[in-house]
Design a protein around this ligand. Structure first.
Ligand code: NAD
Length: 474
């Protein structure tokens, strides 16, 4: 399914038209209705929501692993019915991203988030007997979700956290909470359909910072998991509770002279325009060896890039997308290239997916995480200088980086030195979360706290059970 969608994306130059085609289906984009309150995990008050999740977790705790698998299978089956609806609501509500790519993101969250199979027990046997290493739930987890992946994060976290035996209290972003809440409503419907406990996944009817504060310090919350920018990661780390922090990135992509330049150009433009550059993993700046830079730019333009060369226009774009130094104008986050170009009086067709320009290594487009399909290109003399610069521009966030090269030494050195959680070789950034690349997916990439690509196991406590002097059959 995902392979099919990716193949479509790679050959498509008409994604905007495609995404418009989807809108022919009549769906409700009003989010949740009043009657879903409390019956489908949605509460008016945070204390009541947490209490309900606590009770649900007690019930789940007594059930088998097979039953958890049944629940996560039901969630996957139910949510597959709603990917278009969730994608469309997210774009409408947040004003960011595009429907076609949000369908891919929701689909991959459903199909490739691991369930209980992630909880592989460990064992030690020897002269002194047998020791089991097993994964137990934390209890109730407080999860904070971003506006950039409002349903994907809810789907992915819910599957992993429930598979691990937990209940979840979500605090979605105020700018996209209806989408998150709609996903939560469908998740509870799915859980109910297989006889699972009500309110295993809960949230608030309307988000507020007061509710987030209550959740972060509530005694029944055993773990926090924040997916978002630096501020929310800092907040959970200061809470005093066990916290997973999945924060911002500024992923560089390096291209050297040995790379397949045509493919590199296509992959980079596809990656940096995916959901209009909202994903934290998306290419945010290209670092290119001088020798092949002109040819790469030529090929980027063959694949939907519009190049700005006029310094006045580049300055105009900078003034547009930054409110002040280092402060983004949120109006342009997640907007498409055509919309952004139109604001600087450049009219282009729907085939334009990204805006590129050559830039100095200290330019704000290079240094800041824009989350817009604007890709600055910095020339370097060779791969060695490129790796140095990539490490600097990643800011030590340990998030994501890409490299296009056929030189194994360059690929190895960059992967080793940059120490990102995800490192993609010769592919678009989204291959790193399982879209056209091997491996499971996650929408919570915890660089700062080190869990990396979170999965069910990340939401457990590792426990040991020791039997002395028995069950050793060597
Ligand atoms: P954001 O930081 O504005 O909001 C994220 C969530 O945190 C929201 O629910 C928000 O209400 C809450 N929040 C913000 N400040 C808070 C505070 N001080 N205390 C408590 N809660 C707070 O992020 P966004 O704009 O929705 O998402 C984009 C950011 O998230 C980007 O920086 C992106 O790189 C990052 N992100 C990271 C990952 C990852 O897995 N590492 C995934 C998605 C997004």
């Amino acid at each position: 399914m995902i392979a099919k969608i990716v193949a479509e994306r790679l050959k498509s130059q008409d994604e905007v038209a495609l995404s418009k085609g989807i809108s022919s289906k009549s769906i409700s984009t009003e989010g949740i209705s009043k009657e879903t309150v409390s019956s489908e995990g949605i509460f008016e008050d945070m204390d009541t929501a947490i209490e309900a999740a606590y009770q649900a977790q007690r019930t789940l705790f007594e059930k088998s692993l097979e039953f958890r698998k049944k629940i996560t299978n039901a969630i996957k089956a139910e949510l597959m019915l709603h990917v278009e609806e969730l994608a469309m609501l997210a774009v409408k509500e947040s004003g960011m991203g595009n429907v076609k790519d949000k369908i891919i993101k929701n689909t991959v969250a459903i199909e490739k988030t691991p369930s209980v199979e992630d909880l592989m027990s460990g064992v030690f046997t020897g002269d002194d007997g047998l020791t089991l290493l097993e994964y137990s739930p934390f209890g109730v987890i407080g999860a904070i979700a971003p506006s950039t992946n409002p349903s994907e994060t809810v789907i992915c976290n819910s599957i992993g956290m429930i598979a691990a035996g937990n209940a979840v209290v979500f605090c979605p972003h105020p700018g996209s909470y209806k989408t998150s809440n709609l996903a939560i409503k469908y998740i509870n419907k799915a859980i109910k359909s297989v006889g699972g406990p009500a309110n295993l996944v809960v949230t608030m009817l309307k988000p507020s910072m007061a509710a987030v504060e209550t959740m972060m310090h509530h005694p029944l919350i055993n773990m926090l998991c924040a997916t978002g920018g630096p501020s929310v990661v800092k907040a959970v780390l200061e809470s005093g509770k066990k916290a997973i922090g999945a924060g911002a990135g500024n992923p560089p992509v390096l291209v050297d002279e040995t790379a397949d330049i045509e493919k590199a150009a296509r992959d980079i433009i596809n990656g940096c325009s995916f959901d209009n550059n909202l994903p934290c993993i998306a290419e945010k700046e290209a670092i290119v060896v001088d020798e092949i830079c002109d040819y790469l730019i030529f090929n980027m333009k063959q694949n939907g890039a519009y190049e700005l060369t006029d310094k006045v226009l580049i300055q105009k774009l900078e003034t547009l997308v930054f409110k002040s130094e280092g402060v983004l104008n949120r109006e342009f986050v997640g907007k498409d290239a055509k919309y952004i170009l139109d604001k600087i009086d450049i009219s282009v067709g729907d085939e334009i997916k990204a805006i590129i320009m050559e830039a100095d290594k200290d330019h704000p487009f290079v240094v800041e995480e824009l989350m817009m399909p604007i890709l600055p290109i910095v020339r370097v003399k060779d791969a060695s200088e490129g790796i140095d610069l990539a490490c600097k521009l990643e800011h030590g966030l340990r998030h994501t980086a890409m490299c296009h090269s056929k030189n194994i030494d360059v690929l190895t050195e960059m992967a080793h030195r940059i120490q990102t959680t995800i490192f993609v070789k010769n592919g678009p950034s989204y291959a790193g979360i399982g879209v056209g690349g091997e491996g499971f997916t996650t929408f919570t990439i915890a660089g700062p706290t080190g869990e990396g690509l979170t999965s069910a196991k990340s939401f457990t406590r590792r426990r040991r059970c020791v039997l002395v002097g028995g069950f050793n059959i060597k």
